[in-house]
Write a protein that binds this ligand. Sequence first.
Ligand SMILES: Cc1cc2nc3c(=O)[nH]c(=O)nc-3n(C[C@H](O)[C@H](O)[C@H](O)COP(=O)(O)OP(=O)(O)OC[C@H]3O[C@@H](n4cnc5c(N)ncnc54)[C@H](O)[C@@H]3O)c2cc1C
Length: 408
Amino acid sequence: MAEFTMELNDEQKEVRDWLHGFAADVIRPAAAEWDEREETPWPVIQEAAKVGIYSLDFYAQQYFDSTGLGIPMAMEELFWGDAGIALSIVGTGLAAVGVLANGTEEQIGTWIPQMYGDASDVKVAAFCSSEPDAGSDVASMRTRAVYDEAKDEWVINGTKTWATNGGIANVHVVVASVDPELGSKGHASFIVPPNTPGCSQGQKFKKHGIRASHTAEVILDNVRVPGSCLLGGKEKLDERLARAREKARKGGERVKNAAMATFEASRPAVGAMAVGTARAAYEVALDYAKTREQFGRPIIDNQGVAFQLADMATSVDAARLMVWRASWMAINGKRFTAAEGSMSKLFASETAKKVTAQAIQILGGNGYTREYPVERMHRDAAIYTIFEGTSEIQRLVIARTISGQPIR
Ligand SMILES: Cc1cc2nc3c(=O)[nH]c(=O)nc-3n(C[C@H](O)[C@H](O)[C@H](O)COP(=O)(O)OP(=O)(O)OC[C@H]3O[C@@H](n4cnc5c(N)ncnc54)[C@H](O)[C@@H]3O)c2cc1C
């Protein structure tokens, strides 16, 4: 087990500087344009693919870094560049992790390359879990997958919503209920291969922030996928369902789960995205406060401004500390006895919202315009307290964990 450290090693520093260069030279200059266009920034993804940032290899290398700092460091740098574009770059990774975590070796080898494509023909993937009536309460999912034994095919019906890359993805990873009685214990994940009949994009959302990333509904209308598209395979699913049914029978009640116990290990990555946005806004505000003069002196010479910046710097640092600790715990298999993963996501995402608002205030009228980036950063920051579990759900998980109650 790697000791917890806040000091990046030489190799990590090299990767961080390389990512920072890409974020500063390629992502930042494109940010305002793609925010206005509200489209997936394909040319930027292609650039990222050319240099190796948009690839499974890169993602996996950071993911399996035993210090736990690889992913948070990478997320912070990319999202420091721009949150919308960065989400378009890492969105496929979120779907790929679903396959890496639950798929067989054959499924990983078949589908992950098709999620990324290659530098001359980049593709994206989508992870589709949320539904119009099942957001925080994942257990109430209505999308059903029914096994057609005669054809060895799964038939999927339902509507997914809020899917990043939904409808434009080459490969969709879809979570569906195979046994509604078991709540989320009866869920399974399926690959929906490219051009599968019945899988289509519904409404594309016009969003408040992260507008350079595509978010849409995905309609699944009698979608038939081969048995081999069930992640992990049928035997494993049947065993898992049998265990869950037995537990439910013994417990004497329907097994219910509201997506609260899971994600503890993946939430710090979202916290790291928030740290990137918060740090970016803080830096803009600090530079501005040092150069903008009013009443014959830089505005930072006023304690009212300087103290705000001191609070912003402190919060960003504290958020990073919490995120790095939780990431280290996750990779080293430590138990989240105080829901440290949820804590890190809660604190970092609330910090990003607050710090970006403070940055607007420090830039005054300029901060309120699209001539300066903090207005966009503030709109972007609002997503962190919503996706991958809202702030209220994080508090619920933390409260139940520290009070010893079951997390449903
Ligand atoms: C831009 C964007 C991208 C997304 N990308 C994806 C994606 O790629 N794949 C995917 O599957 N999903 C994705 N999501 C969905 C996201 O995870 C959900 O929006 C989120 O889980 C919240 O669900 P909801 O929107 O239905 O809100 P709801 O669950 O309806 O919540 C509404 C409000 O009620 C509060 N609330 C709900 N239950 C409780 C409770 N028990 N106690 C206290 N408060 C509660 C919430 O905190 C929130 O404030 C994305 C969402 C957005 C906006």
